[in-house]
Design a protein around this ligand. Sequence first.
Ligand code: AMP
Ligand code: ZN
Length: 114
Amino acid sequence: MPECLFCAIAAETVPATRVLDTARVLAFRDIDPQAPTHVLVIPKEHHPDVAALAAADAGLLHEVITQAHQVAVAEGVSEEGYRVVFNTGPQAGQAVPHVHAHVLGGRSLTWPPG
Ligand code: AMP
Ligand code: ZN
């Protein structure tokens, strides 16, 4: 089994609820959702964070963003609006060192709240 959790999900050795699956990109539901729609979008190939992915393969980053929007469409939140977040590094709370876009929607996400 790969040591990286999201590589293991991409390899189907760890289960996940898949929302969308293309040749190079996978989307699955976050195990601890923070909004009615909370989906993670990853490249199947391992890159540690969004900056590393941008430097290594800009086309693949483009696919991740494009599929994040497709998730929003499939979840029915593209019109009302949604948020795409790449936590990067420890102070941002990046817990899994395999780049992932959080797609959040289905509730008010105004920031700061209120
Ligand atoms: P981050 O803090 O940006 O690294 O986000 C990691 C996210 O992965 C968190 O929102 C977790 O809830 C989520 N997560 C951790 N383990 C799993 C898993 N096995 N399946 C789905 N989501 C997970
Ligand atoms: Zn990985």
